[in-house]
Design a protein around this ligand. Structure first.
Ligand code: F0G
Length: 416
């Protein structure tokens, strides 16, 4: 039995109306008395719970902390994050064949990815529990965000990256913001295994999405999408399509929707269908959805040009699989070429994203072609990271520079 439903009563261990619940066995814990990422009893994933859930009128201000009433603190180390645009993409609507498509561009966050939303909350919790060193495993974006927020908070940061598989922009960010970068001979999943061990031994505070507080910050993507879409379209979107790696964002959006239903801010029928997209070479979540499995089976060999989602063991699957199923969504795998094609199409509308982000659009196109998505659906595709994160992929997908002589005549000759 899963304990994803909300309990009627506040347990005695709650701190200021906030506590942690194990989604597997239902055990509850004080959220800040000790550092804890998983359940002491059964090792299950933990979820943050609140005595009072807010509704739309409770939100005020800007950015992630506009939603403080849905978060464990009033404010945190902020750069600031959130308030990302919801772009119209008329040519893409026509090309894909949906009447209303919007792009929620999370690449417009301070370090260029949605990870900033989780870090502002996660680092605030690190300060609360009092730690010396922050750490994460990363395909790149988490490390960039952690390095920046750690620097801002004046905390030491350690990042473990899979050697040779992290895009240049992300390594540059982690490096310049002062993180210690360990290049691991292994893939992301190996890095995460090691960081979990280090965290378990008290060597560092873990800020991967296994940390339930990270997901609280990322919930605000869902809150922003619903508010923006309602303001601009007079309705909520029917479907949210997003790239899936560790499945943290999928879990965060599902929790966002569940809390809104629980508080009465959203009707059950209004919950958007969560639709996850993975790269074909790295698709354990898609496999689990297609085969109706309760959990994922770890893929040891993963490969894709979309290095951000090159992940074979999505640790948030126990939260994300029910999210996809219970919202009536689905999951789909796309080829690297389809990802690059979608990256170009977005760029042609002025929206610059990294390959993993373009997977959402490639997935939508595939599902539309297969008739899974209807023409009259209101769809939001989440683009998770900025184009400049992976300059090599962008140069490869883009046009070749044309060499010309250093004279006006020479340039005119070339153009003619
Ligand atoms: N898109 C981008 C650009 C990402 O960087 C990630 C994850 C995802 C999508 C997938 O999100 O894990 O919540 O399903 N990047 C992590 C990292 C793993 O280390 O930066 P998810």
């Amino acid at each position: 039995m899963s304990h994803l439903e909300f309990a009627a009563e506040t347990p005695a261990c709650a701190s200021d109306g906030v506590w942690l619940t194990c989604i597997e066995c239902g055990e509850t814990f004080d959220p800040f008395a000790a550092v804890r990422y998983t359940c002491d009893e059964c090792g299950g994933l933990l979820e943050v719970r609140y005595a009072d859930l807010p509704t739309w009128e409770d939100f005020e201000g800007r950015g992630v902390w506009r939603y403080a009433d849905a978060l464990p603190f009033e404010a945190g180390v902020s750069l600031p994050e959130g308030d990302t645009p919801l772009h119209e993409v008329p040519r893409m609507e026509t090309a894909v064949g949906v009447e209303r498509l919007r792009i929620k561009h999370e690449g417009m966050n301070p370090t260029g990815s949605f990870k900033d939303r989780g870090m502002t909350v996660g680092v605030r919790v690190a300060q609360e529990v009092g730690v010396d060193r922050l750490a994460c495993a990363s395909t790149g974006n988490t490390s960039a965000a952690l390095a920046a927020y750690g620097a801002r908070a004046g905390l030491e940061t350690l990042v473990l990256l899979p050697k040779g598989k992290v895009a240049a922009g992300k390594v540059a960010q982690a490096s310049l913001h002062g993180a210690r970068i360990l290049e691991v001979d292994g893939n992301f999943d190996t890095c995460l295994d090691i960081v979990q061990d280090l965290a378990g031994r008290g060597e560092a505070y873990l800020l991967n999405s296994l940390n339930p507080f990270r997901l609280e910050g990322q919930k605000t993507i869902g809150l922003e999408i619903l508010e923006q879409f309602r303001r601009e379209e007079g309705a909520y979107p029917d479907r949210v399509v997003l790239p899936v790696g560790n499945a943290g964002n999928t879990a965060a959006l599902y929790k966002c929707f569940r809390e809104l239903v629980e508080s009465g801010a959203l009707d059950e029928e209004e919950v958007p269908m969560l639709t996850g997209v993975q790269a074909e070479g790295s698709a354990p979540m898609v496999e689990a959805i297609e085969r109706g499995w309760d959990g994922i089976e770890r893929w040891d060999d993963v490969e894709t040009r979309a290095t951000a989602i090159r992940i074979g063991n999505p640790v948030n699957a126990p939260k994300a699989l029910p999210g996809i199923r219970e919202t009536g969504g689905t999951a789909v795998a796309v080829s690297d070429d389809a990802i690059t094609g979608a990256q170009r199409d977005l760029a042609e509308e002025g929206v610059g994203v990294e390959p993993a982000s373009a997977a959402s659009v490639a997935g939508l196109r595939k599902l539309r072609d297969e008739g899974v998505v209807n023409v009259d659906e209101r769809v939001v595709c989440l683009t998770t990271g900025h184009l400049l994160k992976d300059p090599d992929a962008a140069v490869e997908a883009g046009a070749e520079p044309e060499p010309v002589p250093g004279t006006t005549e020479g340039v005119l000759d070339h153009l003619a």
